[in-house]
Design a binder for this molecule. Structure first.
Ligand code: RP5
Length: 162
């Protein structure tokens, strides 16, 4: 296995079902990534160590998913200059609007690139990571272009009855 360039992290095992589409996209595009459970509240020391070592370990992008008081993406962005893409996990109580606002409203100086709520946001996080890495990887750029073209070609011209 090659060294991971993307860290796919999430606050809880319960986030995995939402975050898996990011992993699927990266598998499809041949991106080396690692997956970790890192909780801002339950494992703060793990969060700190992950952010502190991210650059030296060769990570180029971090995708961070969390729900509710979703502080993981923002805290990770505070700890490392590796670009952080945040995915708001949909919650039962507030439908993920709580997660979205927690991730989106970062103070000046520590940005998080925030995706849509839920699985579509996770898939887009994988694609966003691919687009960033493709800036310096022509092979990946070709695979991403082909992926985008295939999606476009799969959209019918006319609707049919369900
Ligand atoms: C957050 O709390 C996690 O990101 C998760 O979305 C949410 C609930 O976690 P569990 O109680 O299911 O472990 O930290």
């Amino acid at each position: 296995m090659s060294t991971p360039t993307v860290g796919l992290i999430m606050g809880s095992q319960s986030d995995w079902a939402t975050m898996k589409p990011a992993a699927d996209i990266m598998d499809e595009l041949g991106i080396a990534f690692e997956t970790r459970i890192v909780s801002a509240h339950r494992t703060p020391d793990r969060l700190w160590d992950y952010g502190r070592t991210a650059v030296d370990r060769g990570l180029r992008v971090i995708i961070a998913g969390a729900g509710g008081a979703a502080h993981l993406p923002g805290m990770m962005a505070s700890k490392t200059r590796v670009p952080v893409i945040g995915v708001p996990v949909q919650t039962r109580a507030l439908s993920g609007v709580d997660s979205l606002y927690s991730i989106l409203q970062m103070p000046r100086g520590y940005p998080v690139a925030t995706m849509a709520i839920g699985a579509a946001g996770a898939a887009n996080a994988g694609l966003m990571a691919a687009a960033i890495l493709a800036l310096h990887d022509t092979g990946l750029a070709g695979r991403l272009d082909a992926w985008r073209a295939a999606l476009s070609a799969s959209i019918p011209q006319e609707p049919v009855d369900d």
